[in-house]
Design a binder for this molecule. Sequence first.
Ligand code: MTE
Ligand code: MO
Length: 446
Amino acid sequence: MSDKTQVSTAAAPRRKNTRLPAEIDAQLLSQERRAFLRKGAAMAGSAFAAGTVGASGAGAAPLAVPDSNKSMGKPIPATEYGMPSKFEKHVVRRRTDVLVNRQNWSDWSMTPLQYQPGIITPNGLIYERHHAGTPDIDPDKHHLAIHGMVRQPLLFSMADLVRYPSVSRFHFMECSGNGLTDWLKPASKTVQQTHGLLSGVLWTGVPLSTLLEEAGVDPAGKWAIFEGADGSGHTRSIPIEKCLDDTLIVYASNGERLRPENGYPVRAFMPGWEGNVCVKWLRRIKITDQPAHFRSETARYTDPMPEGKWRQFSMVMECKSVVTNPSGGMQMKGPGFYEVTGFAWSGAGKIRAVDVSFDGGANWREATVEGPVMDKSLTRFKIGWNWNGQPATLMSRAVDSSGYVQPSVADIRKVRAIVGFVQHHNAMQPWSVNAKGEVTNVIGQV
Ligand SMILES: Nc1nc2c(c(=O)[nH]1)N[C@H]1C(S)=C(S)[C@@H](COP(=O)(O)O)O[C@H]1N2
Ligand SMILES: [Mo]
């Protein structure tokens, strides 16, 4: 049979004739459904006592043939960059609705974590945080310099950089300002607003250690200064140990070159450390014998301590988790079985366990941590819940491979001062469900 015959419109009626009769379809479907429910009941025990999960119970009615079965679909264009279905338009990054900042170039947009089914954030949904907007950089004109206390200063074009041996690694990236509006009382409604300065990404690039080996770091070189090519000239000082350990010079995310807003054509990435150190649009790395004490290491990105002092260089993002389904702004569809899901992550290693409470922290159940469980990566957890229709308060608590347990705001208060908007908020996030099934942010209220 020629290609032409296969794609002719004659295929439509023929296909229709070869379909299973509708009643056989329905029979198969109900068999499958019974098998699914049996399996579910075996897995989740009493969780399925309420009967169906969400599928409606119509077992034997013949299925209607949808219009999509009766006509040809959209042909493949000669070239195309694929986009999500038009029915997924709500799955978008959103600017903050708490700190309205429209006149300011320093801005951020958040990842819709409530709609993210797995540990990867698609490139168009990776959160954005910039201090002076996104520059438009021609990769053919861009260079990265390594200089300062080195044996031989080096200048790389993008073409040079991509020739070096590369690695691909799954890691989360989180802004240390994630959650800063929601310490003591709820300001944000959704998990996108409370936790969306967080993304899970497959980063590809060159280990910085490779480039530093070639440059030859002076034994007295203890810090490296990273500078971006954007309007903010963003700069950070990084200890040489981190540079030689797992720091990456990244040019791709999730299988394609970085998006402009995430640092195209090249950025730094320090796994597990606050997003701010991951300098985008990277143009130079200067080796020095001491930190430079830039604005983002003094006036910003420091932690207030109880004695009125400020702590600098607290760059590891400590263990954290959040329930994303259900989460703020959602509406439960009546009592019955729910799979509660969320994310856990730690800048200090892997996720060891996640507990979930349904009564505001009085009792806890251990959730299933879904593999692969990777170092400094978003990790998914899930737990079955049979909602009885009564008010409930959900929250999660993660433990990482170092044994560190995610704190409450009260726990953090014992070791740090909390004054208004401050960074490094890794406390547990409570969501309350009322009898109507409305889910709201109740941080500071339980
Ligand atoms: N050059 C440059 N790098 C930068 C920034 C910036 O404004 N300019 N913002 C930093 C901050 S605060 C964060 S959280 C991350 C955000 O990276 P993203 O926009 O790819 O999510 O980039 C960091 N690197
Ligand atoms: Mo940030």
